[in-house]
Design a protein around this ligand. Structure first.
Ligand code: GLN
Length: 325
């Protein structure tokens, strides 16, 4: 087993869980009623190792919408089907240093990276227009959902239509981003803006729970092979690129500090979920709706800090892996 003392390890996870549970900082997202109504008490942590050991504590089977946690997944599918070179003709790899929905493009008039709204809307256009363009929006929805399900090893994956409809109603900024990118000819030819915006909102409204999300994280930790089904869902090259950008851009405008302090690829979403990948070891999902001012789950960030204080998961921590090269 990759974690030999599983009982000892999970005891620590349990301790971190209880430590973070007493953290009552932050505010639940309020831009749509379905998120505003979320109980701030919800708190769950699920772990899945690359050899399939599982541990869950708290509210780990209650569904939440993926929101921005869908961004690394749609980016992964774009890389998988189109390759790095094509994808990055349209979107950059640089942290924006701005809010996740800031109305701003980089110096080449491209979205900064696929982990913020502009970049994810752009990725939606690539998925819709460049991959199997003959598919209708309905077929493309099934196609993407099926990919998400395979990443989750067939575990819980749903769609929240009320959230989808609310996202679309409360989307002035996202539409502004959509039009701004059309003005700058960011999209591939034949892109239908209304369709790709709907597609983006649909991806945000996909549902998972901590347990299924931890399997998705574990698939990413395992080079694209789902540890539960052993299906090869993504190529290692696609996963490498996804994790690189989660590392530098996954935590909104806290990404630099998070990379410095925690040093683990992660992606947060406004529903309070946090997808955490410890490459070659395990995937973790934490979920707690209250967010800090930058939009990251307060308990989720604290949990990651606890984790690296106890274990040397920071990716730049010195170890002896290369001693006999
Ligand atoms: N639905 C949200 C939006 O587009 C997703 C962003 C997020 O999770 N931060 O604004």
């Amino acid at each position: 087993f990759i974690i030999p003392d599983w009982a000892g390890f999970t005891k620590h996870i349990e301790d971190f869980y209880w430590t973070c549970k007493s953290n009552t900082e932050g505010k639940v997202a309020s831009y749509i009623p379905q998120l505003a109504r979320m109980n701030p008490e919800y708190w769950g942590v699920s772990v899945c190792t690359i050899d399939g050991q599982r541990f869950s504590i708290g509210d780990t089977s209650i569904p939440f919408t993926m929101q921005s946690c869908s961004k690394p997944l749609t980016y992964a599918i774009a890389l998988e089907r189109l390759g790095q070179e094509t994808v990055h003709q349209y979107v950059g790899q640089e942290p924006s240093g701005r809010n996740f929905n800031e109305l701003v493009l980089d110096y080449n008039k491209k979205p900064h990276n696929p982990m913020i709204n502009a970049g994810a809307i752009l990725i939606s256009s690539l998925l819709k227009t460049l991959i199997k363009p003959e598919m209708t929006l309905a077929e493309k929805f099934d196609y993407i959902m099926n990919y998400f399900k395979r990443l989750a090893g067939g575990e819980y994956l749903g769609f929240n239509n009320a959230v989808f409809l609310s996202e679309r109603e409360a989307a002035d900024r996202n539409y502004a981003l959509g039009f701004y990118m059309r003005e700058h000819k960011c999209y591939p030819e034949k892109t239908n803006l209304r369709e790709i915006m709907d597609f983006y909102f649909q991806c945000c409204a996909m549902e998972a729970n901590c347990e299924s999300m931890s399997v998705i994280a574990a698939t990413l930790a395992n080079g694209g092979i789902c540890p539960i089904t052993e299906e090869k869902v993504l190529k290692p090259d696609s996963v490498r690129d996804v994790l690189s950008l989660m590392h530098s851009c996954g935590m909104y405008d806290y990404s630099g500090q998070f990379a410095f302090k925690v040093g683990i690829p992660a992606k947060s979403g406004v529903s309070g979920s946090l997808l955490v990948v410890i490459p070659n070891v395990m995937g973790i999902c934490t979920w707690s709706p209250p967010l800090d001012p930058l939009g990251n789950s307060c308990r989720g960030v604290q949990f990651c800090e606890e984790l690296v204080t106890e274990f040397n998961f920071h990716s730049t921590y010195y170890d002896h892996r290369y001693d006999n090269l």
